[in-house]
Design a protein around this ligand. Structure first.
Ligand SMILES: *[C@@H]1O[C@H](CO)[C@@H](O)[C@H](O)[C@H]1NC(C)=O
Ligand SMILES: *[C@@H]1O[C@H](CO)[C@@H](O)[C@H](O)[C@H]1NC(C)=O
Ligand SMILES: *[C@@H]1O[C@H](CO)[C@@H](O)[C@H](O)[C@H]1NC(C)=O
Length: 625
């Protein structure tokens, strides 16, 4: 059987995608081509190639979005990691598809690939080889290994911490964490170009997004909206993207691919673009697409999903733990609660209420005023309402270093969840930038704590950009003065080359990007009012006393009587329930300590415990553009 591909086009297929769009612009060289290297693959089952329907878009299957969060490979600094992004986002999306979009979204970490995988880290690689690595070695999620845009080629060589870590005084690998794996993987092959297109469509329709190589032209870099149609004829593959669907424009009848890029949501159509289909535009049907299936680690609840490492390091207790032990002994004998509270803040307190809970902006009746007690359901859980998960992505505030940003993490994720609840289609997978809040000292807070109500006041006045404008790096170096005019601390973009260790690289302030605003905000306390607010409008942000025992929580309904709670931590409350066996009523909460903590980063807490009903805040999303 003669294949369409072997000769010149196979060379294109063998191109090591360099993400080197800037190479062309800056005339610094060409993408490396590896000729004659055998393509990696592992295929154990038949390829699903039954005729696909004429249109299939994974961002809208009967109104449901099966795609995961958008990314920006070029932040915090430039990195040619398109290949790792294309492969990991395709895998994340396929896991979501297989799990029927049920909570939680799993965001596979591209950082593991650029530090530990094949290829040249930030100087390029190949999505098919990324699939091979994820098949052989497995991979973790973003809360284990946050994207830092530095690879083994420029400063972040592979170590246990690059696989999974979290930080206190020092960073260490948690005892247990989730690992994910690729099962089968291969390139998509066709006997002709039309056959190639059809096989791409069939693979996408039957199993989910695929990774493909394309050529990057200047016009593509400048692209904003509409179906992209390159007129330069460039088919030199130097970029990898993920194809998440295909369709036909209703007006023009133009056939297109729906493509996820990794250049931030300020690029293209919210980070995506449509490319004309069927004419090998930008080389997309030239034979450089790869697919990979995930190993099912979720269907059988009996399967232990956390991998235990046998060679784990025993962590020394950080200094502040030892310090706190002394303090606890001291305050145990004092009646001075003011002193106690202040000392508590010295510990790991990341919550610091500055505004009175009565500080508010209330323009419409609050649910506590119009929802009747009897209208409240027995249980409520925004992770599953009408078989839909309304949660934005999960985060870890303590990576790549320790940072007491709980107040911003909890406040921002509650608000992002509420955008998704208010309009799941328009705000699917919305993730907002906590780093912007820290950089701009937006709410007065920093890595040593802050106030979620002040945060909402700030977001009401200034808005907050998407996380792809300013990714989290657990830093609080900026100031409000820096944020009055366009500044790299607000939203930025970076270009070639990947900077050497210790260098910042070529970055600049982005001026055109979207800001998301809070409309109304206020404080709330007490079980019934909290329930009404959550039920009607979405998650709220509450202070709790995070005790040493709570730090070690691994699941179940948490119970601890601390007496008069000293609130030192902010979390998000998104529902409630009642345990059938014990009759215990509990809150369902989201923490910001990674997916390896608690129940996939979430928890259930007995009502009345840890001061959870004492000090909560809420904000509504502004849906005006
Ligand atoms: C892309 O945008 C830059 C900057 O605005 C402009 O100089 C250049 O001509 C544009 N190129 C194309 C092909 O549109
Ligand atoms: C409400 O807030 C205002 C302004 O911060 C403050 O002066 C007032 O004492 C507060 N009222 C209550 C009841 O806390
Ligand atoms: C869930 O479905 C019910 C009945 O169709 C509808 O009234 C309600 O608005 C839906 N809730 C959400 C959050 O979509």
């Amino acid at each position: 059987m003669t294949k369409f591909l072997p000769s010149s086009i196979l060379v294109a297929a063998l191109v090591l995608a360099q993400c080197a769009q800037s190479l062309k612009l800056y005339n610094q060289g060409h993408a490396t081509r590896i000729q004659g290297k055998p393509r990696p693959s592992h295929v154990t089952g038949p390829l699903p190639r039954a005729k696909p329907p004429p249109q299939w878009l994974w961002n809208d299957v009967n109104g449901k979005n099966y795609l995961t969060v958008s990314r920006n490979q070029h932040l915090p600094t430039y990195c040619g990691s398109c290949w790792a992004h294309a492969a990991t986002s395709s895998l994340s999306d396929r896991i979501k598809i297989q799990r029927k979009a049920a909570w939680p979204d799993i965001n596979i970490s591209p950082q593991v690939l650029i530090s530990c995988g094949p290829g040249d880290g930030c100087h390029g690689g190949d999505a098919a080889e990324a699939n091979m690595y994820m098949h052989e070695s497995g991979v973790t999620d973003e809360t284990c290994s946050i994207y830092r845009a530095r690879g083994k080629d420029n400063g972040l060589v592979c170590s246990k911490n690059e696989i999974c870590s979290t930080c206190e005084a020092t960073c260490y690998q948690p005892k247990h964490f989730y690992k994910y794996r690729v099962d089968q993987y291969a390139d998509i092959e066709g006997l002709s170009r039309a056959d190639q297109e059809l096989n791409m469509m069939a693979e996408i329709y039957h199993r989910g997004p695929i990774s493909c190589g394309i050529a990057v032209t200047e016009a593509l870099i400048n692209h904003t909206s509409g179906i992209f149609h390159d007129k330069t004829g460039d088919i030199g593959i130097d970029h990898d993207i993920s194809v998440v669907g295909y369709g036909v424009d209703a007006d023009t009848q133009e056939k297109y691919w729906l493509i996820r890029n990794s250049w931030g949501t300020y690029w293209g159509e919210e980070g995506f673009f449509r490319l004309i289909r069927g004419i090998n535009n930008l080389g997309i049907e030239g034979g450089s697409c790869a697919w990979a299936t995930p190993v099912d680690t979720w269907s059988n609840a009996a399967v232990e999903r956390k991998e235990v490492l046998t060679n784990e390091i025993t962590m020394k207790k950080p200094l502040w733990h030892q310090f706190w032990t002394i303090v606890e002994e001291f305050v145990a004998n004092t009646e001075d609660t003011h002193l106690y509270r202040r000392l508590q803040l010295l510990r790991n307190g990341c919550k610091r209420r500055v505004l009175d809970l009565n500080e508010s902006r209330i323009l419409s009746p609050r649910p506590q005023e119009y929802v009747a007690d009897e209208d409240l359901p027995q249980d409520w859980d925004w992770r599953n309402v009408n078989e839909t998960n309304f949660m934005s992505w999960s985060v870890n505030q303590h990576t790549p270093q320790y940072c007491g940003s709980c107040w911003a993490q909890a406040g921002v994720s509650s608000l992002a969840d509420r955008f998704i609840i208010a309009d799941p289609k328009a705000y699917a997978n919305l993730a907002l930038s906590v780093q912007y809040i820290l950089n701009c000292r937006g709410a007065g807070g920093d890595c040593h704590g802050g106030d979620a109500l002040q945060l909402y006041k700030f977001i009401n006045q200034n808005g907050i950009p998407h996380v792809t404008c300013q990714p989290y790096d657990a830093n609080d170096d900026g100031s409000l003065d820096d944020c009055t005019k366009p500044n790299k601390l607000i939203c930025k973009d970076c270009t070639w080359p990947p900077p050497k260790l210790g260098e910042e690289g070529k970055c600049w302030a982005k001026e055109k990007f979207r800001r998301y605003f809070a409309e109304e905000f206020g404080g709330i306390t007490g079980t019934q009012d909290m329930k009404k607010e959550i039920f009607q409008r979405g998650p709220i942000t509450c202070g709790i006393q995070a005790t040493d025992r709570f730090l070690k929580y691994q699941g179940g309904i948490y119970h601890e009587d601390v007496g008069q709670a000293v609130l030192n931590h902010d979390i998000s409350i998104l529902g409630w329930g009642k345990d059938a066996a014990s009759g215990v009523e509990y809150w369902i909460g989201r923490n910001s300590w990674g997916t390896f903590w608690g129940e996939q980063g979430f928890f259930r807490l007995q009502m009345g415990d840890l001061g959870v009903e004492d000090n909560c805040v809420w904000a509504t999303p502004s849906l005006k553009h």
